[in-house]
Write a protein that binds this ligand. Sequence first.
Ligand code: SAH
Ligand code: SF4
Length: 473
Amino acid sequence: MPYERQEIAPERISQQLDICQQIRNLRAGKASLAFVDTYGCQQNEADSEKLRGYLAAMGFSFTDNEAEADVIVVNTCAVREHAEMRILGNVGSLNHTKKAKPEQLICLCGCMVQQAHMAEKIKRSYPLVNLVFGPHELWRFPELLLRVMTKKGRVFSAAPSDGVVAEGIPAVRDRSSVKAWLSIMNGCNNFCSYCVVPYVRGRERSRRAEDILREAKQLIDSGAKEITLLGQNVNSYGKDIPGGPDFADLIRMINALDGDFLIRFMTSHPKDATEKLFRTMAECEKCAHQLHLPVQSGNDRVLHAMNRYYDRAAYLEKVALARHYMPDLVLTSDIIVGFPGETDEEFEDTLNLVREVRYDALFTFIYSKREGTVAAKLPDPFTRADKQRRFDRLVEEQNRISAELHAAYVGKTLRVLVDGRVPGREGELSSRTSGGRLVHLTAAPELIGQWAQVRITGSNTWALYGTPENREE
Ligand code: SAH
Ligand code: SF4
């Protein structure tokens, strides 16, 4: 029964928690350190918090050092080949740690291993891996791990059923962080022709609003000051729950919760971004005026071949509408360079769209062929070097625009949320404006976790620099 919504009954999650207790008893007296290694998107980060939640219930503490870990869980990504190669390389290198520590259990989960050919490859060529499970089976990780621990064989489980909605899995979050991920839906229905996500994450299913609100309240109560709502296409939130709130309604409901926090979200598919959403963002004082609206290409033929369901003009109209409601909007996007058959002229359309829109920042990718997708069968006459040349031009153009937009902040005073230290830069803290721009501060570490008013004194392509004016309580 693939593609059917399948709500996991609360008793079944309780059973998994009982199994956690069983594992705890089984391992009593043994060292129990776990390493959860996460690749890919924020949805995976959120999933890893749940893996840690289960592991903590089994009695594990956490380490970032794979050599000392008793259990390693690699939460994988399949969006581009580059990520897969890196993961396979790193898993291969675990041979050393496992030799030194033969009891070590190595688990692979997430999108990469949901692909049958990848699961097969692991089975054949990576005998050190003990457990493989797909994203739809995360909720029963304890049961699968117990099987590995007791039967001493390898376990492979990547069922094709993909409508799972599981509530009540405990999560272990980074307690020092004031930022929290909140997954509101899972899966994708769009089948963009280049993308593997719908095949590995399944169809869209939304969590119920009451469950989301309960989790949002818990996050705020435990100190979160920034909540990022996650989904592959948050704009279609609720379409699968007739009579329930849509995404804009959900933002309004979260905005009404008590507390001083900021709401962010990603990702928005342009075809489903509505005027109601932009109006709601403008009206909800806790909602950041920040939109990640991936365009992918500026050329109509390519957009059609990508199966994106909008053309350049429709996209530009949405951007204008969003900016009409939020003149201070911070806008970012994803672009794929070198989609099969994309010509130099078609790429120029992307470049001039970028010049026209003037994004605050861009995430740029060279097309990566994904097995099983429609685009994988298209002729692709351009070389990697052709694509790299286009890619470099795009990045250069965007860097220039980002630097110009950043320079315009200098002299302004902005409210930021201070989120941590800048690694390797003594005395510098990092913070974000409500639009999500990075601001480096020279300030005392007590400011971490606080809102602050900051005067911007400098800028470059990637960041702003500032000094705190006063501290907000
Ligand atoms: N659901 C989100 C994004 C998911 S993947 C959305 O639709 O916006 C994140 C980004 O990876 C995509 O926006 C796209 O730009 C890029 N991407 C996805 N598949 C890719 C592929 N096969 N090759 C290169 N980039 C890809
Ligand atoms: Fe992939 Fe398109 Fe779905 Fe995004 S909307 S996850 S790019 S298929």
